[in-house]
Design a protein around this ligand. Structure first.
Ligand code: XIL
Length: 365
């Protein structure tokens, strides 16, 4: 397995990503030079095609990673992220229950940190996520339970206004509604939001986010769409309904957690992306991981990554985001109840796996 080449990154960028103050006293220079060396910044240096970020840029595609902000305290992680990725997603720290743990007390510390790191590294930000289709407790604050419809509407409106407003011009796109499709098919119609706002609760959230930052792209985001044909139909119907209602919808995110450790049948992903794009919305992979479960090996994992990413980019996806950086930090170990699922592109020592090469090549094709 090859090692990544050393990245030429500005010291200031690394310090910013590692959360260190750039105001720390600099060491005394031993000589005074007449020319000032200008370190390349992530925004001005030409993209390095040996990186995911550079390969993706060559295709006009973003490549992103989801992280907890404290991981950037590790300079090796900060450097790897800044070198390889052009978009950041907060794995949890922009979710409503993370920020407003207690009603009317919002703490944006972790979210701010990620947005600052993205700015310092010339990365874009995918805001994840304002509203979750599932029941209270699963992605939404527990304290919503028991509120009146008017109170839910007020709280949701204030949450969207405050978070989208806070990052206006800095968060490029929001996953406004996460997982709007019910297991039974159709839009979720039995959660706290549909009960408070009625069947058009998804459009309501999009409108509200649009008012808070008219410049941000607004997305909906769904899981297992490529695995379940009935879910794909329901999602496409929702996009059509939202468009017919004039709701501000820019894109559809496909989470792409490949829980089975395998890609769907060849062509499935491309067809899904093509159908969505034919409706005039942007499409992205927003949360990809491929666990080693059942008979999946590092080689077949790499094949699955290559197939899915290759089909997605060829069909016009504009972003590929991985749900985590390295195998030592993945939600899937707990979610699948397996000691190690090793679902990502980098191993526990931050070294690239065959899956890294597969994605890198798929981005270049
Ligand atoms: C997951 C995080 O990775 C976990 O750390 C957390 O405990 C639960 O949420 N779909 C989504 C993500 O949209 O927000 C989820 O993230 C994974 C599934």
């Amino acid at each position: 397995m090859r090692r990544l080449g050393a990245a030429a990154l500005a010291g200031a960028l690394l310090l910013a990503l590692a959360g260190c103050s750039s105001e720390e006293p600099a060491a005394e220079p031993s000589t005074v030079t007449t020319t000032t060396a200008v370190a390349p910044s992530a925004t001005t240096a030409p993209p390095d095609p040996s990186t995911l970020r550079g390969a993706a840029a060559g295709r006009g595609v973003r490549v992103g990673v989801a992280l907890q902000s404290d991981r950037l305290d590790d300079p090796a992680v900060a450097e790897l992220v800044a070198t390889q990725f052009s978009s950041l997603t907060a794995e949890n720290e922009m979710k409503w229950p993370s920020i407003e743990t207690e009603r009317d007390e919002m703490d944006f510390t972790g979210a701010d940190r990620l947005v600052d790191a993205a700015d310092a590294g010339g990365m874009e930000v995918r805001g994840h996520t304002l509203v979750w289709g599932q029941e209270v407790g699963n992605g939404m604050p527990e304290w919503l339970d028991g509120l009146s419809s008017a109170e839910v509407e007020d709280e949701l409106g204030e949450w969207i206004d405050t978070s989208v407003g806070r990052y206006a011009g800095r968060v490029d796109r929001w996953d406004v509604v996460n997982e709007p499709i019910a297991l039974s098919g159709g839009v979720v119609d039995d959660n706290v939001f549909s009960e408070a706002l009625g069947p058009d609760w998804v459009a309501w959230a999009l409108e509200r986010a649009h008012s808070a930052d008219p410049g941000a792209e607004l997305w909906i985001n769904e899981h297992s769409v490529e695995q379940q044909p009935e879910k794909a139909e329901a999602l496409i119907a929702l996009v059509e309904d939202l468009q017919a209602a004039g709701a501000p919808l820019d894109g559809v995110g496909l989470q792409t957690h490949a829980f089975s450790g395998q890609a769907p049948p060849p062509g499935t992903f491309a067809q899904l992306v093509e159908r969505l794009r034919a409706l005039g919305v942007a499409v992205a992979i927003t949360e990809m991981d491929v666990p080693l479960v059942g008979g999946t090996t590092e080689t077949t994992q790499a094949d699955a990554y290559a197939q899915i990413v290759g089909e997605c980019v060829a069909a016009g996806c504009e972003e590929i985001t991985l749900w985590g950086l390295d195998d030592g930090h993945t939600w899937l170990d707990a979610f699948l109840g397996q000691e190690r699922t090793d679902p990502l592109l980098f191993d526990r020592d931050l070294q690239p796996k065959p899956a890294f090469d597969a994605v890198h090549q798929a981005l270049q094709r």
